[in-house]
Design a protein around this ligand. Sequence first.
Ligand code: FE2
Length: 342
Amino acid sequence: MTELGRLEDLPADYVAALREQNLVPLWPNLRAVMPPGKPRPLTRATHWPYATLKPLLLRAGELTPIEKAERRVLVLANPGHGLDRMQASAAMYLGMQLLLPGEWAPSHRHTPNAVRMVVEGEGAWTTVDGEKCPMKRGDLILTPTGLWHEHGHDGREPVVWLDVLDLPLVHYLEASYHVDGERQVQRGSRAYACAGLVPTPVFERSRRAYPVLRYPWADARAALQGLAVGEPELEAVQITYANPETGADAQNILGFYALMLRAGQTLRLPVRSPAMVFHVIEGSATVQVEDQRFTLAEADTCCAPGYSAVTLANRSSSSPTFLFVADETPLHRKLGVYEIRA
Ligand SMILES: [Fe+2]
């Protein structure tokens, strides 16, 4: 490959004249923005153990009242992007959020899409678009773009959940903003309680963009176990959190999945373009990303850059491991840059 000219090769007065006119020569930067063969991601494989994160999060509860935080979150920041950028990957933001008994995180809505995966604690709820969503361990609750949401806590122990947002992308697009709102009137929902059965009042299907806002872990876990038992030859026991009206991903930008590793199973994932995040709901796993290996205990989280070889393993010989996975697949597919490399 031909070595391209460098900025230092150009006369300083020429570079200054260019800059004066808001002009930049492409060739010194061409290889950096379009490297040969594959991207050079800033995203680094990173592991955030819950055992070290949790005491720091609880300390935030002592240091900063909810009124001063609005959302009491420690951001799981990827050092490859620089911690201050608050991003886990190019398009994903991760935050571990703490809500203490009696606290209320006020109603707001914003353009970035969010989901929360409940890590521990009982008695908290999120109201999304008026629907009260109880928060139990392993539940996935959507707060899609533009929908009002607030959090409350009627239980006795601290509640912690993992927020996953497409904030870095929406912020990059200069489309990120929020609006504060009033406390919502709550209603429950039992629609879409069974797979394949959708509400059809007088033959009309719902036109809501996000018909399901809460995916209970009990249902997801049962679906995974049903798959594992019913299809013993299946290599990857995995489900996608989907929109039941369209079959598409539950949200537009990021994809969300649950994956079960059978006892003793090793699963080599195909090398794909999107970055991925893994969070252990139950059990433990080793996650090998290229030549780095992390041992994830329950409630641990890690991320892997796109275009990397990832192998998941459950070292337990007796019990399965359940993982929550978030990734950038819907975004890559929609943009036409999705790739699988064997
Ligand atoms: Fe929010």
